[in-house]
Design a protein around this ligand. Structure first.
Ligand SMILES: O=P(O)(O)OC[C@H]1O[C@H](O[C@H]2O[C@H](CO)[C@@H](O)[C@H](O)[C@H]2O)[C@H](O)[C@@H](O)[C@@H]1O
Length: 386
């Protein structure tokens, strides 16, 4: 694994751009694009690409606009057509987007064809993918139906959850022992013990899981634990007078939620965060998710690196016989989509109703479609072994 190390931790050398050109170089896995599609060639989707770090956005456009830019207001969808009515030509924009990111359900046969003769390995984000987005992060429980769909799919395919939550928290929500878990945006991975991975790696420690199995804990940001705890306490204090603001300790990162804060106080939330983290400028970085600001160690590690680590730890890194599929809804999932795209090995599936730029190949609209997709994988696998 290509990991630059300094003072024992992998160091972030550059802030990677979120998206790159989707054209060329990946022909083997490009999804089917219907010809003669019913949309005008002149229509272009105007979706801003993220080129710089979030603090650079703040410096150029201010806190409020930066926070708004990645937390677009809830769109109004026509009940029958599910089309965004707030855009000038929503129907065309939606169709154009679906041509670029076809539905993984509508394209299921094509995905299944690519998977023939390969082992599918599944990687799932949690919030917004397995559970719907809700106002209070503590209430983001997974439905029993979804749990049973994930349990079933894991009988046939190695399945891992890669979440921004702490590993313990996401396990508490999911509660399935048959999965692999990575928390804190991949900075806390529990995987089976494999000598080649764990030998001599200072970030790996052997531990025991809830069932008494020996596991390998990979925690590349362990040295940041005291800083993260310090920042968490300071943020709880500094945001206590902002109604609706909450701070979540995700062990190796901290989330500052502003979903329930009046928009005229968003800037105040941003300023609290800036005040607290400015003295850690060389050690921490700031990113943004869905109405959440996230403070993370400045190390070269993300969900994409976690995906590669898990593939290696599970003995699934050979692209010739493994097809990794990563399903996620958030900006942080883009790092994993990009890894699959760059390696030309596997598919990213973006969960979104609204057109967004992405390095995924396919899309699903919401967690209920994710559940349908998981069920389809099981049905397909069962029928192919008959
Ligand atoms: O990587 P994920 O599993 O998607 O975690 C990302 C963040 O998800 C949670 O926040 C988001 O979901 C909440 C519950 O639906 C919602 O209230 C919040 O506005 C969203 O940002 C979680 O609370 C964060 O800590 C995670 O980083």
């Amino acid at each position: 694994m290509d990991l630059k190390s300094s003072h024992g931790a992998p160091v972030l050398t550059d802030s990677a751009p979120l998206s790159k050109s989707r054209l060329g170089g990946h022909h083997g896995l490009l999804p089917y694009s219907p010809s003669g599609a019913p949309f005008s060639k002149n229509l272009r989707l105007s979706i801003p690409k993220k080129k710089f770090g979030f603090l650079d956005d703040v410096r150029s456009i201010g806190w409020l606009d930066a926070m708004k830019s990645s937390s677009p207001p809830h769109k109004t969808f026509n009940k029958d057509s599910n089309i965004d009515l707030s855009s000038p030509d929503p129907e065309a924009a939606s169709l154009t987007w679906l041509l670029k990111f076809p539905s993984a359900l509508a394209s299921f046969e094509q995905i299944a064809n690519f998977a023939k003769g390969k082992r599918i390995a599944l990687f799932l984000d949690y919030d917004g993918t397995l559970s719907p987005i809700v106002e209070n992060p503590d209430n983001a429980v997974m439905s029993d139906d979804m749990r049973s769909a994930v349990k079933n799919v894991a009988k046939y395919f190695p399945t891992a959850i890669i979440s921004g939550r702490s590993r313990d928290k996401v396990y508490e929500f999911v509660g399935l022992t048959e999965l692999y878990y990575a928390g804190s945006h991949g900075m806390d991975i529990a995987s089976p013990v494999r000598q080649s991975i764990s030998d001599d790696d200072p970030h790996c420690i052997k531990s025991t899981d809830t069932q008494g199995n020996e596991v390998n804990l990979f925690q590349p940001a362990r040295e940041f634990l005291p800083v993260i705890d310090e920042v968490f306490s300071s943020l709880v204090k500094s945001t206590e007078d902002i109604k609706g603001a909450t701070v979540e300790n995700n062990k190796f990162c901290v989330s500052v939620h502003f979903r329930n804060v009046d928009e005229d106080k968003w800037e105040a939330v941003g300023e609290c965060v800036e005040d607290v983290i400015k003295k850690y400028e060389d050690r921490l970085r700031l990113t943004q998710g869905r109405k959440v600001l996230e403070i993370r160690p400045k190390i070269d590690w993300d969900k994409g690196k976690a995906l590669v680590f898990l593939l290696e730890s599970l003995g699934l890194s050979n692209c010739d016989d493994v097809l990794p599929i990563y399903v996620g809804d958030d900006r942080t999932d883009e790092d994993a989509f990009k890894v699959l795209r760059d390696r030309n090995c596997g598919y990213g599936i973006l969960v979104s109703k609204a057109p967004k730029e992405s390095d995924a190949y396919y899309s699903l609209r919401d967690p209920s479609e994710v559940m349908e997709f998981l069920k389809s994988l099981v049905t397909w696998k069962q029928s192919s072994v008959l």
